[in-house]
Design a protein around this ligand. Structure first.
Ligand code: IVH
Length: 668
């Protein structure tokens, strides 16, 4: 088989296996075989740039270029649905429809209401053309690049399955519970604000400017609405089953009901069963099945008359508030926690709830001893959503809950920064949970990975006065921790060896380990790649920091304040003296033909990948920057450069250099 034929063959096969795995849950080959085919395809595509295809299965990994979303108008406006909360409302809907159809018999398609964010996908000749968010219903953001990373959305439909030439299909993008929980665990470890529910997490993810982030977060999608002039049948239900055969993920829960009783049975069944689903649902959607009847019923200004949403009751419990305690985290953020009488809620016993911040305590007008209503936000994190004010008359309550003024751990006066809801303990130099928290972060797996130590050991060494900060770890000797009689010699030696091994951890992870606020793993890597050495990063101006991909004003400012603090400068110096990596390994320099040049890469390329161009720029002494500014020397412009970038370059007089011209510049 010719290589070009092999490319087409692999693409077809990979699209099919992808569909088997992500949509049908019925893989035919192992993950390893899949990865091997994908790797082979990537290699062949690199050799055959003339065969480039934006919908190739290799394009699902996303990229770290910043997409500025362009707006796109919807062909048909994206309306919302009327909401109902009880059976009487459902009956009223059913009767309105019966009336509207003048007694004609009708079926109702019952579906789950997925709690994510609406998306409109347009396909032409079996290929995904673009994906647009709901926006204001009339126009939304073009998020095609991000949507391409969602494996259950087909880039290419099942060949010969009979799909219309051009059509629109709508559905919901969701973050499955497992991905949501893992994401929050990771965010908690970095003391970043948690997402309250999978919908917010999915929405935050889909609007990310970095499609590599989207790819990593594992979103999913269900489709539930086919539009266009060429819908194959008059039945919505049948059309959706056909769409499933074209390659779309359509929920198996869909069901046609012939009576109000069948609708009620569907609601009762799924109100319980939905808790077993891998994704969040918040109700049921009822749609008149016949498209002709839908048209006959028509629309109000906001929503169709032929469909309605029935929302499930959020599970809620009532219990008594006993006390409020305040926890101090690694960054000094103070979180109020409500301690309550234990109560059963959605399958678990709840004793504690986060109160988030002072404003929320005020809004609730919370008093000690209050009877409070607790709900699980996104059914995971318990939250106090209200107070039974009438109960206060029967059983008098205590004092109003007041936020504290001083740190419960070290007594420092708390501060609240402008525009932030949280209070902070500013005593980062001496407040014990902050000091310990920073050491725990330093040794954690994604940072220095010193797994011979854990939070308990850190706590013990800290209390014993053996360590005050991360640099002290490198001064620990076996004799310090082996016990008076040396009985713990072996485990002590293991701990010291684990600490010593961390001296090999590369600079980007060291940078993350320092725990600079807002500098997560990804940003640390970008900073390390850009500045290469800690000295250069420390000396960087705000403007220079802002040139780094993914770094905005908040991060840049945080990096500056970190190094401006003498205690941090001292910590870094002691870590360096201990032998911790403070620079990336030297890379071979090919020439200095791009010395002093700031270069933006945009578009797609035939001869090298974007990553390779980044490396080439650096090897020839230049610097790759994320966005076009007056200081940009030129744009390395490939195919399909975005119109907004093009416009910006023209406005600022930044020249465009083609791929061929660029290769000539560096003598390749
Ligand atoms: S149909 C005109 N079906 O709920 C009908 N919507 O408030 C358009 N949703 O914006 C929507 N599951 O994002 C439909 N099975 C389902 C749905 C569903 C979730 C969302 C959708 C819509 C919102 C309506």
């Amino acid at each position: 088989m010719e290589e070009t034929e092999r490319i087409l063959f692999l693409r077809r096969e990979l699209h099919r296996h992808n569909h088997n795995y992500y949509v049908l849950n019925a893989p035919e080959i192992s993950d390893r075989e899949f990865d091997a085919m994908l790797a082979e395809l990537a290699e062949l595509e690199a050799r055959h740039p003339e065969m480039a295809d934006p919908n190739s299965p290799t394009q699902r990994v996303g990229s770290d270029i910043n997409h500025e979303f362009t707006q796109r108008a919807h062909v048909y406006p994206m309306l919302s649905l009327g909401n109902t909360y009880n059976r009487d409302d459902v009956r009223a809907f059913y009767e309105r429809v019966a009336d509207g159809l003048g007694g004609e018999p009708f079926d109702v398609c019952c579906e789950l209401k997925f709690d994510g964010l609406g998306i409109s996908l347009v396909y032409e000749d079996g290929r995904l053309l673009y994906a647009v968010t709901r926006g204001d219903g009339v126009r939304g953001d073009d998020v095609t690049e991000n949507v391409k990373t969602i494996r259950s959305i087909p880039l290419s439909l099942v060949p010969g399955s009979g799909y219309p030439r051009r059509f629109e299909i709508r559905g919901e993008i969701l973050m499955p519970w497992v991905s949501f929980e893992q994401l929050n665990v990771d965010r908690a470890a970095r003391e970043e604000p948690l997402f309250a529910n999978p919908r917010n997490a999915a929405s935050g993810t889909l609007k990310s400017k970095n499609s590599a982030v989207v790819a990593a977060r594992r979103l999913d999608a269900y489709l539930y609405y086919l539009l266009g002039d060429a819908t194959p049948t008059d039945s919505h239900y049948d059309n959706m089953r056909l769409a499933a055969s074209w390659g779309f993920k359509v929920s198996d829960a869909m069901q046609r009901a012939h009576s109000l009783d069948e609708i009620y049975a569907f609601i009762d069944h799924w109100d319980v069963e939905r808790k077993m689903l891998p994704v969040a649902t918040d109700g049921i959607v009822l749609k008149v099945d016949s498209l002709r009847q839908q048209e006959r019923l028509g629309y109000t200004a906001k929503s169709p008359r032929w469909a309605i949403a029935y929302k499930f009751q959020a599970e809620r419990a009532c219990t008594r508030l006993r006390s409020v305690t305040f926890q101090v985290g690694r960054t000094g953020a103070v979180t109020p926690v409500a301690n309550m009488d234990p109560v059963q809620l959605a399958g678990t016993v709840v004793r504690r709830a986060s109160l988030h911040n002072e404003d929320i305590i005020r809004q609730l007008d919370l008093h000690l001893g209050d009877r409070v209503y607790v709900e699980k936000a996104g059914e995971i994190i318990p939250q106090i959503v209200g107070v039974d004010v009438d109960a206060r008359r029967e059983e008098p309550v205590g004092e109003p809950v007041r936020f504290i003024d001083t740190c419960p751990e070290c007594g420092a006066r708390l501060v609240r920064y402008e525009g932030e809801a949280a209070h902070y303990c500013p005593n980062d130099a001496a407040c014990p949970p902050q000091l310990k928290g920073r050491i725990e972060h330093f040794i954690s797996r994604d940072a220095m990975n010193i797994d011979s130590l854990g939070p308990e050991t850190v706590d013990a060494y800290f209390s014993a006065g053996l360590i005050h900060d991360a640099a002290d770890l490198y001064q620990i000797k076996t004799s310090d921790i082996a016990g008076e009689d040396g009985t713990r010699e072996r485990s002590a030696a293991k701990i010291v060896e684990g600490i010593r091994r961390s001296l090999d951890v590369p600079f980007d992870r060291v940078l993350y380990a320092l725990g600079i606020r807002f500098v997560g793993k990804v940003v640390a890597r970008q900073l390390a790649r850009h500045f290469k050495r800690l000295d250069a990063l420390r000396a960087a101006s705000l403007d220079e920091l802002l040139q780094v991909d993914g770094v905005g004003a908040v991060i840049a400012q945080s990096v500056r304040s970190f190094f401006a603090n003498p205690a941090n400068a001292d910590l870094v110096a002691r870590l360096a003296a201990a032998g911790v990596q403070m620079q990336l390994p030297e890379e071979e320099q090919l020439s200095d033909s791009l010395a002093g040049k700031s270069i933006v890469i945009s578009g797609t390329f035939a001869r090298h990948s974007r990553e390779e161009y980044k490396a080439l720029i650096e090897k020839h002494g230049g610097r790759n920057v994320g966005s076009i500014s007056g200081k940009t020397s030129f744009v390395l412009a490939g195919e399909n450069m975005g119109p907004s970038k093009m416009e910006k370059a023209a406005k600022l007089g930044v020249p465009l250099v083609s791929e061929t011209e660029f290769l000539a510049m560096i003598g390749e």
